[in-house]
Design a binder for this molecule. Structure first.
Ligand SMILES: Nc1ncnc2c1ncn2[C@@H]1O[C@H](COP(=O)(O)OP(=O)(O)OP(=O)(O)O)[C@@H](O)[C@H]1O
Length: 458
């Protein structure tokens, strides 16, 4: 009997276990997660978006996890809104549709209209059509109880070698942290606006947008924002073609915006699934749902920029290994960078010159996991989050621009060069200011570049 999750069926309290095909077993596990409720639905989605860690069958099955939950009753929704906004729905909005347009595990989304007089609507969105995201009743208590159980399970799992290798407790701690952030809509609203402000300083400001927040009707459990009415999902290839939008341009913009926000701006969208990435009628990308975001401080951003440059531009694997050590990712005591460099080179060599759409990311994920296990690596949450978003982008690339070679694209190469150049200038400034090229970068090896075309660590 195999004991890998997803290969055999276990019935608690029964002596015999029945062999099942991996596919059927995975389907049963998925159904159980669905029945267990919101925490497990979110956990299942985490599994689905972590290729390489779980079997492809299990990840594939979990991709179809239903995040659609029966909506709360209109009375319950009205009570939550009244409690949060301090006034009844009829006073808060000029119109409110009781039937939600979406009903997911944490919240449901209703359409509404703001009063036309500024004094009643607040701010400058008077009279606008909006959506109101309302948190489910008692969701915080329910998630907290589930997370307790999951944390206890993770502690038990870490008694085994595999549980330790996977970092079970860390996975659940990160998961709990992201659930916590998702439960305060003011955090989501702030992230949305911060992202928008960051975007305004980039060359992509006219190509990407987010919905505007209506602060007058936003609290911890209620989020009101501009309603996007003229957009389709980015994976709706037929609609995008019908509208005459250029698929390659869309994917390029999404990739560039993502790299710019992660490697330069510092705040990036952490859940780019197709329901959150839309294309409007003028061909602009609309990003929704800032419940999960990633954030890098300046030092980490520099290190990660260096890592990208080392792996993708310079093929300097020894430096990449050093960056990973500096990121605190490598936990195996006494790991030698030379030995690590050899392994990283072996890992990256098959990618050289390959069309990105020909690369099997599932396979890549599995190889990366094996390598991570050898060096006892635990990647920081943000790096894992970046990997996941690149997988989404890659999916849209296969749909909309299958022949596009991302890393041969001028705009992508220019962005990478600009980012690396930026560190070079920062270093020159640091050197000028302190006579020591490393003063503000926290001693980053990647922060001591001499030139972006011929880069060697000093
Ligand atoms: N500003 C908006 N304009 C129009 N529709 C919206 C807007 N915001 C959200 N929606 C709709 O509501 C759906 C759910 O919204 P959102 O993704 O923010 O909620 P969620 O609870 O985080 O859901 P999920 O977990 O499925 O991403 C979106 O997929 C979209 O269809």
């Amino acid at each position: 009997m195999q004991t890998t999750l997803g290969v055999a069926e276990f019935t608690i309290g029964s002596v015999a276990t029945r062999e099942l095909s991996p596919r059927r077993a995975a389907r049963q596990v998925r159904t159980v997660f669905e029945r267990l409720g919101p925490t497990y639905v979110k956990l299942g989605q985490l599994i689905a978006s972590s290729p390489g860690v779980f079997t492809p069958t299990l990840s594939g099955e979990f991709e179809s996890l239903l995040d659609r939950v029966a909506p709360a009753s209109p009375d319950t929704v009205a009570a939550i809104i009244a409690e949060e906004l301090g006034q009844p729905v009829s006073a808060a909005f000029a119109g409110f549709d009781e039937t939600p347009i979406a009903s997911a595990s944490i919240a449901q989304v209703h359409t509404a209209r703001l009063h036309s007089s500024e004094s009643m609507a607040g701010e400058s969105m008077a009279g606008e059509s909006v959506v109101v995201k309302v948190q489910r009743p008692d969701i915080a208590g329910r998630l907290a109880a589930d997370v307790e159980i999951l944390s206890a399970t993770a502690r038990v799992a870490e008694l085994s070698r595999y549980g330790r290798m996977a970092g079970a407790r860390g996975i659940i701690a990160d998961f709990a942290e992201s659930l916590d952030a998702e439960l305060d809509f003011r955090t989501e609203a702030a992230a949305m606006e911060e992202f928008s402000a960051q975007l305004a300083t980039t060359p992509y400001a006219d190509l990407v947008r987010t919905a505007r927040v209506d602060h007058a009707h936003t609290t911890r459990r209620v989020l009101t924002m501009e309603r996007i009415t003229d957009a389709v999902r980015i994976d709706d290839v037929a609609a995008i073609r019908r509208a005459g939008h250029d698929g390659t341009a869309l994917v390029r913009t999404l990739l560039l915006t993502f790299l710019e926000s992660a490697l330069h701006g510092g705040l990036f969208h952490g859940d780019l699934h197709a329901g959150n990435v839309l294309v409007d009628s003028s061909g602009r990308i609309v990003l929704l749902d800032f419940g999960i975001v990633g954030r890098f401080d300046e030092r980490t951003r520099r290190l990660v920029r260096g890592l990208f440059g080392d792996l993708l531009v310079r093929n300097d694997y020894e430096s990449a290994g050093r960056v990973l050590v500096e990121l605190g990712a490598v936990r195996r005591p006494g790991s030698s960078t030379r030995e690590g460099a050899k392994d990283l080179r072996r890992f990256a060599a098959p990618l050289a010159g390959k069309n990105l759409s020909d690369v099997s990311y599932g396979d890549l994920g599995r190889r990366l996991t094996e390598l991570a296990a050898v060096y006892d690596v635990r990647l920081p949450r943000e790096l894992v989050l970046i990997g996941k978003q690149l997988l989404y982008v890659e999916k849209y690339m296969k749909l909309l621009a299958p022949r596009w070679r991302a890393f041969a694209d001028r705009a992508v190469l220019e962005l990478m060069a600009r980012i690396i150049n930026e560190d070079t200038h920062a270093d020159e400034q640091d050197a000028g200011n302190s006579g020591d090229g490393n003063s503000s970068g926290g001693g980053a090896s990647s922060g001591s570049r001499s030139d972006h075309r011929d880069i060697r660590t000093r």
